[in-house]
Every structure is written in structure tokens, then in C-alpha cells.
Design a protein around this ligand. Sequence first.
Ligand SMILES: *Cc1c(COP(=O)(O)O)cnc(C)c1O
Length: 453
Amino acid sequence: MIKSPLSLVSTRSPDLSEERVAVSLLSAVEKGLAEDGGLYIPKKVPRINWAAVSNSSFHSCSVSFLEQWLGGALSTKKVVELVEQALNFEVPLKPLIPTSLKGQEGVKSFQEQIHVLELFHGPTLSFKDFGARTMAFLLGERIRETGKSVTILVATSGDTGSAVADGLSGMEGVRVVLLFPASQTSRIQEQQLIVKRTGVLPLRVKGNFDDCQRLVKGAFEVQRLQDLNLSTANSINIGRLIPQMLYYVWAAKMLGTPHISFVVPSGNLGNLTAGVMAHLSGMPVSQFVTAHNSNDFFSRYLSDPNASQTASIRTLSNAMDVGSPSNYERLFALLSPVEMRELITGMSFSDDKMLETMSRVYSETGYVADPHTSIALAAAFKLREEAGSPSRIVVLSTAHPAKFPETVELATKSTVEKPMQLKELETRPTFAIDLDPSQKALTDAVLSHEWNR
Ligand SMILES: *Cc1c(COP(=O)(O)O)cnc(C)c1O
């Protein structure tokens, strides 16, 4: 069967499929947002032959899935290069085993219950590396195709900015402007944002995350910036969602059962949407659980269609402090409300419950989970208690605990060992410009920066 290459349409274009204007993958990655303000989704979610997806390694699994999914939008050679260059780190799946059971009978049945899928072994220690590095690869292909350089603006409150900066730094034809709020990121997150990188301008905004987002949006209207071919790299970029399907597929292949409940620590719902796309393509699952902190709009919505969005609340799992999740629009375009409720269960937990869970997991199993993963672990425990017969539960672990030493030490009373990526960071020079939260200040900073140093 000959497949046509993947093409993308806006979530807001009319539903008469013939009239939808489709764009290529690389063009959608360059644009970020569709012209009508919508988000790009596949014109038709590709169905793949699940049995033909390899289970021998993350690398070959990813290549065999992507080749089918992209339907020739990238050559096989490019798909192999993408996986080798952008996704060149480990993706371990670890069973949570109680210390009291280690090495004993009974371990096997316990093992079948909760697994943690560690997605934080990339250069900036969060799962954002999957999306950012793939986006960088695809953007590089696009620039080779058009010869046009781009300036990427990113508003970040946590992990996105450093993953994007790390992925894009030093690329021919790419400049990156990072905007982050002066005192809303953790100490280590800020350190990761301001290390000196070629082609990256970090701006420490005297304001909050909403100010940063407002400035990024506003920049697209500024005449003096028109020549820079502006784009953005938030999770609205389809180039970030595509690689995020791969680790779900890999976990499903490794466990080899259709009865998996994936538990996803959620904020903007990009990670969840990627899982849903993999499922619609042919990956069998039992269900998805979307686990939220006190920013619980989506989990309320799943049980009450009249639930309303709210302003974001600050919590200890700060990368999930999102009041109105942007990928909600994609989920809505991909699933009917009935399908959504059948496939996805929502749960939310307070900071206290998160800390209690982190502490419980550490004392029972010796496993140290970061605050975001601990929200998902709280959901996994609740699911296990509620479900009659235990299905397999896979908890997505989105960040390395060493990124949040204060919180982890508070809950576990032990110190986290720094991975090599963080030790290396401390030796590097830093650079950032303090910025007043005004459009003019941003424009001036971007135009007067000496980009080639
Ligand atoms: C971004 C982020 C999340 C939330 O992911 P979404 O795709 O926005 O739902 C969860 N955990 C960590 C550590 C993150 O950085």
C-alpha cells in the first residue's frame, strides 16, 4: 500500500475535508501556529501496522513507527538521522518494587503493576528534550529547503526554554530569544536558562509568566521585527508532539499487552495529546489518566462539561501550573466528547498530597521521583486502589529529581545526587539581560543584540 505523506491542517479550518488547506510537515514546524490562529493536526491521523513496529530497541522501534507515520514526509535516511541525532539518550522503564519484596517471590506480580517510564535522560533533564531536539532537527531541514533564517521566541516558566535553547543553539540560520519571569523559576531552572549559548538571547523579564507570553504574542505585530521571520516553539508546535508518541509506543511494545493505563503528569496537555495520537494510529491501550496539580481545569471538565478555565495557581510542580491548556483545542479536534470521556480519566492532587506521595514512594521502594512525577504517582496509587483487577500502569516521569532539590529534600529527607548534565552546567559562564515588561524594551533588546558573539 502506498501512503501519502503526512499533511497538516488547522484545528480551526472548516470541517469539509476537501476545503481544508493542508501544509507539509516542515512548513507547519516553521510556522508553529496556523494562520487562522489554530493548531496544526494531521489532516487524517495515519493508521499504522502495529505488528510491524519493532520491539528490539528504542531506536529501531522509533524508526519503524515514524517511517510509517510520516508516510514519506521525510525519507527513511532522514528518519534514521533524526532518531540518531535528536533522540540519542536512554528511555528506561523501571518497575516500582517495595524494598521489603526485593529478591522475593511475589515480586513478579507486583512488578506487573506500576512501572515508571523515565523521560529525563536528555541534556536538560526533562521530557521536553524529545520535542525540542526533534523540532530543531526538522527546522534545520526546513532552513535547508527555503534558505530563510528564523528567530524563535519562547516564553518559558520552567523546562521548555532550556530544552529549546539547548536543541537550537549553534544552528545555522536560527536565533532564539528566551523570555522568563524574574523569580518564578527554580534556581536550577534559571541556571539552565542563562548559560551562554551561541545564538541564544535570554531575557529575564521583570514580571510574571503571563507578561512573557503577552510580549511574545505582541512581537508578531511589531513592524520593526517583521524581517526576522518570527516563530515560536511552545508545545503548540506539531514538531514537538510527534516525537512524544515514540516513548508511549516503546513502553507498549516492551510490555507487550493491550491492557496498559498510561498516567501522564499534565499541564498544557501536549504529552497527553501525543499519547492519544499514538493510540488513534493503532497503539492499543486500556486508558489514559491525566494527572494534574491544583490547576485542575481539564480533570474537572472530564466529569463536568460546564467546568470553566481559571487563572493559573502556583504550585511545587511549576511546569504544570497552567490555567487554560493550549492543547485542549487539539484533543477536542481529535476526539468527540464521548470518546474523550471513555479514553481519559482525570485526577488532581494538592502539593501536600504530592509531598506525601514522594515521601511514601521513597520510603517503600527507595525510588526518588520529582514533584511532577509524584503527582502522577499519586494518580497511579488511586487507580490501583479503585480498579478491581490490576491492569499494568505506566507512569510517565517527566523531570529528573535533581532539578528540584529543595522539594525533594523536604519530602525524602535525603539529598539527590547531581547528574553529570548539572555538574557540567555549573562550570559554564552565564549571560542574561534584565528586561522591563514592555513591547518596546523587547524589540530594542532583540534588535541591538550582537548575535554573532
Ligand atoms: C512541561 C512539563 C509537564 C507538562 O507537560 P504538558 O505537555 O504541558 O502537559 C510536566 N512535567 C514537566 C517536568 C514538564 O516540564
